[in-house]
Ligand binder design. Structure first.
Ligand code: AMP
Length: 485
């Protein structure tokens, strides 16, 4: 791929450079300019640093030591950011919990990571207390004298991010300071992020896309961000009032397009739209190009490996392809065309799970993503789906994404997810779960015939199930296990 043109030693040098330092030194830089805004609250770089140092002081005085785990279980807010940066400044390891998680889901993460303290907003405090963990609510965040800088380096643990657990219990991916710095610095380079930029940040902070790219990138770039709850109105408002960048997942772009269709806006001042975490359908790519004034830059990543592949910011953006590796990242295909990753961004292992860690790496040290890829002649990567989503029907292998791409092109289809439903006759039966577009009637036999004109017959759906909407997680990923249940 394009970056493989670098010699091995140049790659290593680049990786070292991207990983150098530690998060608090790199993120908490002084400055009198506003760095974050949300609603009518604003904070300058100097004030953010002072607040983080004060929280770190309070944590230090209450006995939190470098390397201890401190969990954060709360919705996006400025307090979330201050709490997180305080944890980093204290040298502790931040455990991220999806604020939408209910008690049983949060319990798994808390029991697995054993934090010394859980920082929460008020709606979640009672849940954590009932589970028997020590809680501090954001409004009572401890303050204290700035503690000495802990001895942190690139290898020090920085955060545990749990996988979404679509195929089993979530596993904790342990990321070190070097991993997160390499990711943030890589993002600055590939998306030409500068101090002139203002990111419209509407992604969950607990997830790598919102944290490692959105928050860390903003702090590293010298620019600023505005944190908004995602609604098309909020995002368009900010993008027409100074926002220069937006990061989203495909379902957000879908809603933005629906809104802009009815409420056209001039977004020509926006420098770049980035999309990832789930496949961006080619039809949506085209619709965005028309309604946003430019197609989003599609990128690919995974919690354990970072956001590591992207379409070019300056060059042509290809629908259906996720582009080229970030600086210092190697990408290749392994057995069954599995996408394999190596680089300073890639984690070293799962939290207290040596067996899963062993299985996650090849003998030559590449991380197995579990995604099936294809590398084109131009060296760009396309994602064909997850290995575990493979449908085996009558002894043949079918990748759902290939079938979805065909069905998405039918005018009666608004959205579609394909999954294998257990069947005595076929083992698994290819089934299309369709949200109708409403612009023409959705007729099962017609849609199947449409697929049969374009795909080998074993890949075609045997059944079409109509749904009002597809079940998706916080990052817009379709939860196939819920479809076939
Ligand atoms: P997560 O660890 O939650 O970020 O999920 C990572 C998974 O999301 C990857 O292994 C892919 O299956 C999927 N993914 C991320 N970005 C894309 C993309 N641009 N296109 C297709 N799948 C993606």
């Amino acid at each position: 791929m394009a970056r493989e043109a670098l010699t091995a030693s140049a790659q290593d040098e680049l990786r070292q450079k991207l990983r150098a330092g530690n998060l608090p030194d790199a993120l908490l830089t002084p400055g009198r300019q506003v760095v974050l805004r949300t609603g009518d609250r604003k904070i300058t770089r100097d004030a953010l640093r002072a607040d983080a140092e004060s929280v770190a002081g309070g944590l230090h005085e209450s006995g939190v030591k470098p390397g201890d785990r401190v969990a954060i279980y709360a919705a996006n807010s400025l307090d979330w950011v201050v709490a997180y940066l305080g944890v980093q400044r204290a040298g502790a390891c931040a455990v991220m919990i999806n604020p939408d998680y209910h008690s049983a889901e949060a319990e798994h993460i808390l029991r697995d990571s054993e934090p010394v303290l859980v920082l929460t907003d008020s709606p979640r405090a009672a849940t954590v207390l009932k589970l028997g963990f020590k809680v501090v609510q954001f409004e009572d965040l401890p303050g204290g004298l700035t503690p000495p800088m802990p001895p942190l380096d690139a290898e020090s643990p920085a955060a545990i991010l749990y996988t979404s657990g679509t195929t089993g219990r979530p596993k904790g991916a342990l990321l070190d300071h070097g991993n997160l710095l390499a990711q943030g610095r890589g993002a600055l380079e590939v998306w030409r992020w500068t101090a002139q930029d203002t990111l419209v940040h509407a992604l969950p902070l607990f997830h790598l896309h919102g944290l490692g790219m959105g928050l860390h990138g903003t702090l590293l770039s010298g620019g600023s961000a505005v944190l908004v709850p995602f609604t098309p109105e909020n995002v368009v408002h900010e993008l027409t009032h100074g926002g220069t960048m937006f990061f989203g997942v495909p379902s957000m772009y879908q809603r933005l397009c629906e809104w802009l269709d009815q409420n056209p806006a001039d977004l020509s001042r926006v420098r770049v739209f980035v999309c990832g975490s789930a496949p961006l359908p080619p039809a949506l790519f085209e619709r965005c190009a028309k309604l946003l004034g430019q197609a989003p830059v599609e990128r690919y990543g995974i919690t354990e490996g970072g956001i590591v592949v992207t379409n070019p910011c300056d060059g042509p953006r290809q629908p259906g392809r996720v582009g080229y590796p970030f600086p210092g990242v190697e990408v290749k295909l392994g057995e069954r065309d599995e996408v394999l990753l190596k680089g300073g961004q890639v984690f070293k292992g799962y939290w207290r799970n040596p067996e899963a860690t062993r299985e996650a790496f090849t003998d030559d040290g590449f991380f197995r993503t579990g995604d099936v890829g294809e590398i084109g002649e131009d060296g760009s990567l396309a994602i064909r789906g997850r290995i575990k989503e493979l449908i085996i029907t009558g002894g043949f292998n079918v990748y759902p994404r290939e079938v979805e791409l065909v069905l998405e092109a039918h005018p009666a289809v608004h959205e579609v997810a394909v999954a294998g439903v257990p069947s005595e006759r076929w083992g698994e039966e290819v089934t299309a779960f369709v949200v109708p577009s409403g612009s023409q009637p959705l007729v099962e036999s017609e849609l199947i015939a449409f697929a049969q004109e374009r795909l080998a017959s074993y890949k075609c759906p045997k059944r079409v199930v109509k749904l009002d909407k597809l079940p998706r997680n916080a990052m817009g990923k379709v939860q196939r296990a819920l479809l076939v249940r």
